[in-house]
Design a protein around this ligand. Structure first.
Ligand code: MG
Length: 387
């Protein structure tokens, strides 16, 4: 029997029920509204920069590890497959998946944490909120508006977390953080698939880099049985292929669990529209409680074994210093900034004072790729550049 995708659910997002764009535009002629969103994201500057931004391993550590861009493409692949199986809107899923990390700083979470520290008391910094800021304001590509003017549903899906105070400032795109509502099923799906992608590729990169050992991975509840299964099926297989076979199974069992559990919840709640999804009170697209537990346990394992590995931690500390020093230098003396960034500082400072200056500096730093941040650091602080 050949594969037949199920029809789209009535509670999936659809062009006919979109809450629209901030600036009115005529409907696209040859594509859906969410395809248009996806296309605008792919053509954006922030998307292209993902290629040179760290996921876990600093970009220049080697060419074999995930970057923010390949992570993003893996999230999009996994989410598209699950979306099709569930009868959701694949175009919206793809748009959100491709945009979900555009607000990340250079140097991954290390950079984000350092910038968040710098911005404490100055309005804060959070990469999800920065993703929204990029697509709403910072991309300068259109004559008629700032940003990419994406649909409400795509923008809403980029906000995974938000405090009530920030939500109040952001308005209706963040209303669910005030009223307890849910985002679209598609947003719920992309969020879960982000977790599937990073857990899986971090195991892969971690093992291939030698920072993780097979023995330690086998101790985890999720991976142990998968190593056993691969060895039983393929005795004597060389380790590299064992790792790939395990990672492939790992993605598969998580995606299958997600699809089965979500189908069960969708049958149980039977939402008839996006509005009923928003009002459901629980996520309808999610792992089963058992898989959620195993997934969290693996995440904890990776946190201790990989993200806190001394070789990763050294890069983390070094890159945090780069971010902190750049921030301090530009805050003290914005005249050190190149023209465009200096104009943004002047503009935001005029409207919002010191906080405005900080926001414009944070925008400039967050937009950097790893290698650009390092080059800026050298240009500012390395005496060799005096000659
Ligand atoms: Mg991600």
């Amino acid at each position: 029997m050949t594969f037949q995708p199920p029809p789209r659910l009535p509670c999936a997002a659809a062009d006919a029920t979109t809450r629209g764009r901030r600036h009115r535009e005529s409907a696209p002629l040859h594509r859906s509204e969410y395809q248009r969103d996806r296309d605008r994201i792919i053509h954006s500057t922030a998307f292209r920069r993902l290629e040179y931004k760290t996921q876990v391993f600093v970009n220049h550590e080697g060419d074999l590890y995930r970057t923010r861009l390949t992570h993003t493409l893996e999230v999009a692949q996994i989410a598209r497959t699950a979306s099709q199986a569930l009868g959701l809107n694949i175009d919206l899923v793809e748009a959100m998946a491709l945009a979900h990390d555009v607000g990340h700083t250079p140097f991954g979470h290390a950079g984000q944490d350092a910038l968040a520290e710098c911005m404490e008391g100055l309005g804060g910094f959070e990469h999800n909120i920065q993703s929204l800021r990029l697509v709403d304001k910072l991309e300068e590509r259109y004559a008629e508006f700032d940003g990419l003017n994406l649909t409400f549903e795509t923008r809403e899906g980029l906000l995974k977390r938000c405090t009530p105070e920030v939500a109040a400032r952001l308005g209706n795109v963040a209303e669910r953080f005030v009223n307890g509502g849910r985002p679209t099923l598609e947003a719920q799906l992309v969020n879960t698939c982000d977790g599937i992608a990073y857990n899986s590729h971090d195991v892969d990169d971690g093992l291939r880099s030698g920072l993780l050992t097979v023995a330690a991975c086998r101790e985890t509840e999720l991976l142990g049985p998968l190593f056993d299964e691969v060895e039983r099926a393929h005795p004597g297989l060389d380790e590299r292929r064992v790792i790939y076979e395990v990672v492939r199974r790992m993605i598969n069992i998580q995606v299958c669990d997600l699809i089965e559990e979500s189908r069960r919840r969708l049958r149980e709640f039977a939402p008839a529209s996006v509005d009923e999804v928003r009002a459901a009170g629980v996520d309808l697209v999610d792992f089963s409680p058992e898989m959620a537990r195993q997934h969290r346990a693996l995440k904890d394992f990776l946190y201790h074994a990989l993200y806190r590995h001394y070789r990763v931690l050294r890069m983390v500390r070094k890159s945090q210093r780069v971010v902190r020093d750049l921030f301090a230098a530009f805050m003290d003396e914005p005249e050190l900034l190149p023209d465009g960034a200096l104009r943004a500082v002047a503009d935001l400072e005029e409207r919002r004072g010191g906080r405005g200056r900080a926001r414009a500096v944070a925008d400039y730093i967050a937009g950097m790729t790893d290698r650009f941040a390092i080059a800026e650091y050298d240009r500012l602080f390395d005496p060799k550049h005096l000659t």
